[in-house]
Structure formats: C-alpha cells, structure tokens
Design a protein around this ligand. Structure first.
Ligand code: ADP
Length: 490
C-alpha cells in the first residue's frame, strides 16, 4: 500500500508549545507515522501549529519553508499575511510547519481571551490549506484536533472547494477534550469569511447568536474520533457531552475511540535524560534513589516507609481535586505520608494546595507552575499517582505513571477506565486503583485500600511491575489511526 500524505494540525505540539496532553499526542503520533519501515509505517507527514511568541523566543532553529512565504489569507474585511517556517520534529524526519504571523501569535500565551481568538485559529486552518496549495501537495487526510481546527473541514468544503488539488482530501477531527468548544458570537462569522455559510452551521447555536468551532468540525469532518473507547461512549450522553451529545449521536457511526499512545522515547525510566537515576522493572533500586532525590528537591523529610503521593496536573474542575477536601486531610493527619503537587490553574485549587502545605509543611510540597523536568521526577520518585478526574478523555499521566512504576489512583471514567485495571492482591493481577462514585468518600476508601496494600511490600512490587510492563506505545495504538485514515481514503 502506498504511503499516505497526512497533514496533522493542532494548537500544540511538544516540545514547541505545550499546556497539556494534546501536545504529547501530536508529537508521538506524528513521529511514529513518519518513521520509516520497519520501525514505522513511513507516511509523509506535515505537522502544523502557530509560531507562538514563546517558540520564537526559545531559539528553536527554524527556517522559511521554500515556496510558502508571504501567504495572503483573504477575509472579507482584511487580509492576513503570514509565512511558514519549518523545523524537523525532534528525533524524527517529520516536518513541523509553523505559521508565522506576529500580529496573531506574537502574544505571551498560547490561548487568549482577546477579541480575535476565533480569527487566530481560523488563520491556522486556512494557512494549512494555502500552504498545501503553494506546495501543490495534496494531502490524503487532514487530521484536525480540537476546536482550534474545527473550522478547517468547512473551509475545505466552501472557500477551497474550487481547487481540484483537494478533490480527494478527507478530514478527520479528533476531540481531545469536549470541555473546550471554541464558542463565539455569530457576529464574527462575517469577518471569518463564513457569513454566507450560516446554512452549514449549527442552527440552534445561531438562534442563540453564537457558533461553535468544535460543533462546526463535528458537522463537517468526514470522520470523528476521540481519545479512548470509553470517552467515545460517554460523550454521547448528556452527562459527558457538554451540550454536544445530541449532535454527536447523529454522527455516532462515524465516531471512533482510539486510546492515545505514549512516546516511550520521551517517557522511559530506563533512559529518561531528565532523571539523575534510572531503573527498570527488574531493578527498582533507581526508583528508591529517585524518591530520596525528589523529596530532597521538594524540601521534605525522606523515609522509605512513608508513601509519596504525586500529582501533576492542570488544576481545573475536570481533574476532580475538589474530592481532596474531605479526604486528604484525614490521611495527612493520621498517616506518615507525603503529598507532592505540581500544577497550576484555578485559584481555588491553588489556594487549597497551599493551605495543605501550610498546614502540614513536613508532609506536603507544592510547585505552582509548569515544569517539565519536575513532572518526570514526580512520576519517577512518587509511590502513588493521584488522578481523581471528574472526566478524562484519555489522560496520559496515568500511563506515564504506570511506566514509571507509580501505580495510579483514578476514577473509572474515559481513558482512565480503559488503561487502569484494579489491583487484586489475591490474583496479583491489575496495575492500579479505581473508584466509581465522584465523592470524597469513594476516594478516601480507595486511599485507605492503597495504604493497606502498601504495607505488603512484596505484593506492591508485583503491582508496580504489572504497571511497568503495560504497553501503550504508539507502535500499538498508531495502527488504529492508520486504519481510520485508510478507511477515509478508500
Ligand atoms: P490534560 O491534557 O487534560 O492536561 P493529560 O494527562 O492527558 O491531561 O496530559 C497532561 C500532560 O501535561 C502530561 O504530559 C503532563 O506531564 C503535563 N503536565 C500537566 N501539568 C503540568 C505541569 N504543571 N508541569 C509540567 N507538565 C505538566
């Protein structure tokens, strides 16, 4: 079978721009898709994202993409000029194309609440298509990701429908998180060049004076996917669909759930360049050293017998930390344990963790912010990883923690349900701990159960090894995407 020409478009790609799992997924999938046989399927891949100010500032070696400078993207009342810069995706031959438009992306943050936020990502969508035109490169599939790319399928069907180059181009939209939909006042449609396309937009939204980029993508992409099988079922229900379940049910047969892969090149405790000590399932001594090093770094006393609970997360309502309020203090009061938190987000959660730290300064340490290296250290040096999400499309951290020998405590939802199996000390099967009800009691009961199992260190080692042997690599997960691309093309 011939290699496919694939365009992957997203608002984040690691290591260039990352706020969450989306960035890791684009990098891991892109890298694997482009890897030459026999290591990978050897597709022709181009990855697109904005050339944000923080990429420009970070001294990434980029150069102009020949033939793709001075693009003029025409909207009814203005023309946006941009150029494409390019750089290889680290550890791969895949090309990353960065849409250079200081007027739109020369701002401190990736995402803004500025009045032109819809335009910023509409330009990303159109720059992708204009670049393909300039290069006369016809993608078989444009793989869109989340709301930022939701308008692309519609632009392809309308603004660019005249161009035979795209006659056979198909679109896939992957929903990484339905909590972010890109909803804007419909008064902006005209400026986005979609004033004439109201018939193609969600009518209920238009009645309410708005439009949603994600819904537009769901309406017009040839196929849809999301990042785990369970989440693919969940988003069809009012409880998880965030107002999109009804629309999604109309496209149920085009919606697929594919669990994210992990790039074990970046996330491997045996070789991780961000760690001072290394280990594997057969020799865990490096993990014990990591625990000591981590506690030292975070300024907490070290005792090998006291379990370390780790958190690395965006601190948002999605992640379920409100369940800590009536559970964690009881354990901090009663048990010799440590809690390490890395994250930032909503003030109430940040304040809560600061309160825990102030109340139990010898047991709790908090780093507020984004810190890639510390994330790796916490995965490696903790004994238990906490992820009590209210909803979780896939979740990468629980898969990282499994590989780093840090059994996760998760709520049975979305990708957490698909990747974590409950530990059973009798059969010695399972890789972590799960609870169902979104209540503090359910979390507390599970932590209690974790602590009881922790006391049996022989059993615990089995549990750790079960997790470390799980394989969520792109080698395993990637072929499902290729199957989906091929089904679109055939
Ligand atoms: P989400 O995409 O919803 O944020 P995931 O578990 O899928 O959650 O992915 C989160 C990714 O972001 C992981 O790679 C995790 O290590 C990283 N991450 C989250 N918060 C931080 C932080 N404060 N510092 C460093 N990395 C973080």
């Amino acid at each position: 079978m011939r290699p496919l020409r694939l365009c992957l478009v997203a608002s984040e790609v690691a290591p260039f721009a990352k706020t969450g799992g989306l960035a890791d997924v684009l990098t891991g999938l892109g890298r694997w898709l482009g890897r030459k046989p026999p290591a990978g399927p050897g597709h022709e891949v181009r990855l697109f994202l904005p050339y944000y100010q923080r990429i420009a500032e970070r001294d990434v070696a980029t150069k102009p993409l020949p033939g793709a400078s001075n693009l003029e993207i025409r909207f009814p009342n203005r023309t946006i000029r941009c150029s494409i810069r390019t750089t290889p995706l680290p550890q791969s031959d895949v090309l990353v194309h960065l849409v250079d438009c200081p007027e739109l992306y020369g701002r401190p943050d990736l995402y803004t609440e500025d009045a032109d936020e819809a335009l910023r990502f509409a330009v990303l969508c159109r720059a992708v298509l204009e670049t393909c035109q300039r290069l006369q490169w016809a993608p078989d599939v444009v793989h869109c990701n989340d709301w930022h790319t939701g308008l692309l399928p519609l632009y392809l069907r309308t603004t660019y429908a005249w161009d035979r180059l795209f006659a056979h181009t198909k679109t896939l939209l992957t929903i990484h998180n339905i909590g972010y939909q890109g909803v804007f006042p419909d008064s902006q449609l005209e400026a986005l060049g979609l004033g004439e396309q109201r018939a193609h937009l969600h009518h209920g939204d238009l009645r309410d004076g708005r439009f949603s980029c994600l819904k537009t993508g769901v309406l017009h992409a040839n196929k849809l996917s999301t990042v785990s099988r369970t989440y693919a079922r969940e988003i069809l229900t009012p409880e998880f669909g965030m107002g999109m379940d009804e629309l999604l049910r109309t496209r149920e047969h085009d919606l697929f759930g594919i669990v994210n892969g992990v790039d074990y090149g970046d996330w491997n405790p045996g070789t991780d360049p961000l760690l001072p000590h290394h280990y594997n399932a057969n020799d865990l001594s490096g993990k014990a050293q990591m625990k000591a090093a981590l506690l030292g770094r975070m300024g907490l006393p070290h005792d090998p017998r006291a379990p370390v609970f780790g958190v690395v997360s965006r601190l948002t309502a999605q992640k379920g930390f409100e369940l800590f309020a009536d559970s964690i203090p009881v354990f901090l009061q009663r048990e010799d344990m440590r809690l390490l938190v890395l994250g930032s987000g909503e003030t109430q959660h940040e304040k809560y963790f600061q309160w825990l730290r102030d109340t139990w300064p010898n047991k709790v340490a908090v780093y507020r912010g984004f810190h890639d290296e510390l994330a790796h250290w916490i995965e490696a040096g903790s004994d238990v990883f906490l992820m009590p999400s209210r909803f979780e499309p896939c979740g990468l951290n629980q898969m990282y923690s499994l590989r780093y020998g840090t059994p996760p405590v998760v709520r049975r939802t979305g990708g957490l349900a698909d990747t974590v199996q409950a530990w059973d000390p009798n059969t010695r099967q399972g890789n972590g701990f799960l609870f169902d009800a979104f209540t503090s009691q359910a979390l507390a009961g599970t932590i209690d159960w974790v602590l009881r199992n922790w006391r049996d260190q022989r059993g615990w080692r089995e549990l750790v090894k079960n997790g470390m042997r799980c394989d969520f690599s792109w080698e395993k997960q990637g072929p499902e995407y290729v199957g989906l691309y091929r089904s679109l093309v055939s």
